[in-house]
Write a protein that binds this ligand. Structure first.
Ligand SMILES: *[C@@H]1O[C@H](CO)[C@@H](O)[C@H](O)[C@H]1NC(C)=O
Ligand SMILES: *[C@@H]1O[C@H](CO)[C@@H](O)[C@H](O)[C@H]1NC(C)=O
Ligand SMILES: *[C@@H]1O[C@H](CO)[C@@H](O)[C@H](O)[C@H]1NC(C)=O
Length: 376
């Protein structure tokens, strides 16, 4: 008798958890009646969170997705970013999606202490699209949760400050990606492009997403309560619809490159004001002549607008949860002081050697998929 009651009780409580979480249920469509901001829910839409009568800031998130190397840090990022401020006088934000190989965790630690957002971009950054499309949930946890663990441990930054994720080449693997992200305690994704004709504000996956899946991969259709998608609104570049700066702009003088980018920002600023995510790949700076100078010029021009704010993607999510008119907006800059006793480690990666600068004593072997601690 008692055990029957117990079984029924367990079954009922499992059901209750399932329903309250809304995970793995077929996602219903999102409407303003079932999805309200008070519950932390937002539908995919190009409507401002404050309606059309209020002016909101135009956000731009500069996002980087390379290994954080000594060279990229000192050659490109430091002179581009470190002395810039927003209209409220605070330092600008930006997001670094960090991949593992060749990354200096000492430099990751200093980016973090300077107030930039650190996010996860996989351990291997494998170049084959099919690898990501076919990846199991378990592999995706090792890639994204594993890299979150590696960053947190070797750059000595709190794991709870790593909330964002971008999958290499924007190849989401449908529901499996979001399930893996949730298992890794990540709370938003920036891997899903949307056509420039369909600009969208960030939204949650509580209900079925209406965002088009444009890259030939599988996009999530499940329901994931409170998980945010930050759509990447395509730009229009030399060859039409594009998202990485390398694929958008392949030639021009610095002035032409700057004019193009400011024009792309203006098109959005004069219409929906959806947040703009720029995928600033360092190969652009390395390969396209004048690109760094042109980009720097564009940032200088945009810095003269009193409604344009350069923020991290975390700051965009925070804003969406608590939107205010432009006049009341202030960027929130934390003081951070994560310690780093930098050591350079020479480590075995199977038969190869990798050098890794770490903020804590060296691991035994090079940290990798399935062994993020680098144990023997
Ligand atoms: C930032 O500004 C300070 C003071 O003007 C200057 O000394 C420093 O070199 C600048 N740093 C960069 C990276 O431009
Ligand atoms: C996720 O967060 C929960 C609660 O804070 C914690 O118990 C769990 O260990 C975390 N999981 C991972 C994979 O970090
Ligand atoms: C994703 O999850 C939804 C909701 O559970 C389900 O209807 C859909 O079939 C899943 N997609 C795939 C490809 O498994």
């Amino acid at each position: 008798m008692n055990s029957v009651v117990l079984i029924i009780f367990c079954f009922a409580s499992t059901l209750a958890v399932r329903f309250s979480d809304q995970e793995h249920s077929a996602a219903e469509s999102c409407t303003t009646s079932n999805c309200s901001p008070e519950d932390g829910c937002r539908c995919a839409s190009s409507n401002s969170p404050l309606g059309s009568s209020q002016i909101i800031p135009q956000f731009i998130s500069l996002t980087f997705e390379d290994a954080v190397t000594e060279d990229l840090y000192t050659t490109y990022w430091e002179p581009l970013l470190f002395n810039r401020t927003n209209p409220d006088g605070q330092r600008i934000g930006a997001t670094f999606y960090v991949t593992h190989q060749y990354t200096s965790y000492e430099r990751v630690n200093s980016l973090y202490n300077r107030g930039y957002e650190i996010a996860t971009h996989s351990v291997t950054k494998t170049v084959l699209q099919d690898y990501w499309r076919a990846a199991s949930e378990e592999l995706l946890i090792q890639e994204f949760g594993g890299q979150k663990h590696i960053i947190s441990k070797f750059a000595n930054i709190p794991a709870e400050d790593i909330q964002g994720v971008r999958t290499p080449q924007l190849q989401l693997a449908g529901n499996r990606s979001i399930q893996a992200y949730k298992s890794s305690n990540l709370s938003y994704d920036s891997s899903w492009p949307t056509l420039h004709t369909n600009p969208l504000f960030p939204y949650t996956l509580d209900y079925l997403s209406t965002q088009q899946c444009t890259l030939g991969n599988e996009c999530p259709t499940g329901s994931y309560k409170g998980f945010w998608i930050l759509p990447i609104v395509d730009l229009v570049g030399d060859f039409g619809e594009c998202n990485t700066l390398t694929s958008c702009k392949t030639s021009g003088t610095a002035d032409e490159i700057a004019e193009w980018l400011v024009g792309e920002v203006e098109a959005i600023r004069q219409s929906t004001r959806v947040p703009i995510t720029l995928l600033v790949d360092s190969s652009w700076f390395q390969v396209v002549v004048n690109s760094w100078q042109g980009f720097n010029k564009a940032l200088n021009t945009l810095a003269t607008y009193n409604d344009v704010y350069f923020v991290s993607q975390k700051q965009v999510v925070d804003y969406m949860k608590n939107p205010v008119p432009l006049a009341e907006f202030r960027t929130d800059v934390e003081n951070r002081n994560a310690a780093c006793n930098a050591v350079t480690c020479m480590l075995n990666k199977e038969t190869d050697i990798r050098y890794m600068t770490s903020c804590i004593p060296c691991p035994i072997v090079y940290p990798w998929l399935g062994n993020p601690d680098g144990n023997a």
